[in-house]
Write a protein that binds this ligand. Structure first.
Ligand SMILES: [Mn+2]
Length: 263
C-alpha cells in the first residue's frame, strides 16, 4: 500500500519494550512519499541506563535509510525528549534525510505543525528528574504487563494491556492528556497551521479541537499505531494488530487458492 505520508513516533529503539520488529514489518509492506519519524524513535535515556541495542533496532534504521536512498522517500526525523542527544547535531540534513525540532507539513486541505510534543509536557520541562522517575515507573509497569500477558498467552487467553487500562482509569492522566491536546492545537494556530501532528503521550488520536485537526501517531510500545495520509489528504490511524491479521489472512487465502490451482 502506498501513502502520501506515513508518521511513526515513540518507537523507543534501544529499550526492551520497543516493538522494533513490528515497526519494521509495517515499513516493509508500506511505501510513502514522506516518512515522518516524530520523536522518541531512539530511547537515549534507556541506553544511558545500560539497555541493550538489539539487531532489530539497527534493522529498523537500515530500512529507513534504504527508503531514503532506494525509494527516494523524504525522511523527516523530529527529535523527541528521549532522543534529545540529537540536539548536538541539529539541524541536520543529508540528501533526503533531515533531523529537526519542528516541521510544517503541507497537506491537501491544511498545513500541519509537526512536533513530538514534549515541550507541552509540564512535567518533562519543569521537573526533569521527576519525569525520569516516571520513566522508571513506566518501565516497571511495562515489565509487569509483559509477565502478566506471557501467562495469559500460555493459557491461551488474548493479550490484555494492563498499563493501558491503568492509564485510561487514572483521572489526572485523562485531564493531562486533554490539556496536552488543547495546548498543542493552540500552538499550531500560533504557527499559522490548522493541523497538528504529534506523539509523546502514546495515545493515538484523530480529532478536531477548536477547528484544528489534532493527529497523534501513538507509539510502538503499546498501541503499535501509524498515522497515514492518503493521496486525497485524509488521514487514518493504522493499528498494526488489525493490519497484520488482515495481511496474514489475505496471504493464507492466496496460498490456499494457489494450492487449489496446483492440485
Ligand atoms: Mn516523548
Amino acid at each position: 500500500m502506498h501513502y502520501k505520508t506515513i508518521v511513526l513516533s515513540d518507537i523507543h529503539l534501544g529499550s526492551n519494550a520497543s516493538k522494533a520488529k513490528e515497526a519494521l514489518t509495517f515499513l516493509k509492506h508500506h511505501t510513502c512519499d514522506t516518512l515522518i519519524l516524530n520523536g522518541d524513535i531512539i530511547d537515549g535515556w534507556q541506553l544511558k541506563r545500560g539497555a541493550e541495542w538489539k539487531k532489530a533496532h539497527s534493522n529498523f534504521f537500515k530500512k529507513v535509510l534504504q527508503m531514503s536512498v532506494k525509494d527516494k522517500t523524504d525522511i523527516i526525523y523530529i527529535r523527541g525528549n528521549h532522543d534529545d542527544f540529537l540536539d548536538a547535531v541539529l539541524p541536520f540534513k543529508l540528501g533526503r534525510f533531515s533531523i529537526r525540532k519542528l516541521y510544517i507539513h503541507k497537506g491537501v486541505q491544511r498545513n500541519y505543525l509537526v512536533t513530538h510534543g514534549d515541550m507541552f509536557d509540564s512535567i518533562t520541562t519543569k521537573m526533569r528528574w521527576l519525569s525520569k522517575l516516571g520513566d522508571v515507573g513506566y518501565t516497571l509497569l511495562l515489565w509487569i504487563n509483559h509477565q502478566y500477558n506471557k501467562k495469559r498467552i500460555s493459557k491461551g487467553l488474548p493479550y490484555d494491556s494492563i498499563s493501558q487500562r491503568i492509564k485510561a482509569r487514572v483521572k489526572s492522566v485523562v485531564s493531562y492528556i486533554s490539556d496536552f491536546e488543547i495546548e498543542l492545537s493552540k500552538f499550531a494556530r500560533i504557527k499559522g497551521c490548522t493541523g497538528v501532528i504529534c506523539g509523546h503521550i502514546h495515545q493515538p488520536a484523530q480529532k478536531i479541537i477548536n477547528g484544528v485537526l489534532y493527529l497523534n501517531s501513538g507509539d510502538w510500545v503499546e498501541s503499535l499505531t501509524a498515522l497515514v495520509e492518503h493521496a486525497d489528504g485524509n488521514w487514518e490511524i493504522c493499528y498494526y494488530h488489525d493490519w497484520i491479521l488482515q495481511f496474514e489472512t489475505a496471504q493464507n487465502q492466496f496460498v490456499s487458492a494457489s494450492d487449489l490451482v496446483l492440485s
